[in-house]
Write a protein that binds this ligand. Structure first.
Ligand code: PGA
Length: 241
């Protein structure tokens, strides 16, 4: 694994923004796997900056997002659809029809998941998957569990995740109880993976990801089996290495 440690979140944003845009410069019709959460905010703002400077063109790029809440209107302020548009898509030139999300409101979720996997495959596969990591080692909504879930699937959110995410909602009752997420197999098929972690509360998960046992109790640990993983960490997240 390629482990890079930076002094500030700002520097990580610049490095990750260049990393993602570098992929697009090398291959203008790249397929990007994208993530939500607070971690990718600076990388996205740097991608926007490079676009505004005319350094990169996203007009042939396709994107697949990792996950989405179930039974939340896509235009709700808390949907990941809204997050991605506000923080990236509204500011760059990816055609709307090239932007893909799992539909958490689909009538047949099993079919929705199957179609998403097929669409990723038909696009040629994800060139770079951007990932955050949970303090418990989760990636996307793949929470610690007895077994790795291979493909996209619906998950019931853990109470701890509902509690964590309730800060964005008016009340805890409004937080969706279910989400739909790419699986570990979907993520592992990406050609390259860029994982970013900020803060000491991620340090334990990062240590386990890099040199712990590979176990579904720390879903990110499976990335040890991927051939091209880059980690961008601040000093807090790297503090146990
Ligand atoms: P965060 O979430 O970026 O808001 O820390 C990361 C994650 O839970 O995957």
């Amino acid at each position: 694994m390629n482990v890079l440690v930076f002094d500030t979140e700002e520097q990580i944003g610049v490095a990750a923004g260049y990393y993602m845009c570098g992929q697009v410069l090398q291959k203008p019709d790249s397929v990007l796997g994208l993530a939500t959460g607070s971690t990718p905010l600076k990388p996205y703002s740097h991608m926007i900056k490079l676009y505004e400077q005319g350094a990169v063109d996203f007009s042939r790029v396709t994107t697949f997002n990792l996950d989405e809440y179930c039974k939340l209107d896509v235009n709700d302020k808390n949907s990941y659809h809204t997050f991605m548009h506000e923080n990236l898509f509204n500011h760059i030139n990816i055609p709307e029809e090239n932007i893909n999300f799992l539909d958490g409101n689909a009538e047949d979720m099993e079919l929705e998941c199957k179609n998403y996997e097929e669409k990723i495959k038909a696009s040629g596969g994800i060139d770079i998957q951007l990932l955050g990591i949970g303090s418990n080692g989760h990636i996307a909504f793949n929470e610690p569990a007895d077994a790795f879930q291979r493909w996209s699937h619906v998950v019931e959110l853990k109470q701890s995740t509902i509690n964590d995410n309730s800060r964005f909602f008016n009340s805890i009752e409004e937080v969706p109880t279910h989400a739909v997420t790419m699986g570990i197999g979907s993520i592992m098929q990406a050609k390259r993976i860029l994982i970013i972690a900020l803060g000491e509360n991620k340090a334990k998960a990062i240590k386990q990801l890099i040199d712990g046992n590979v176990t579904p109790w720390c879903p990110a640990s499976v990335l040890q089996f991927h051939k091209d993983v880059t980690l961008m960490l601040d000093k807090g997240a790297a503090s146990l290495l």
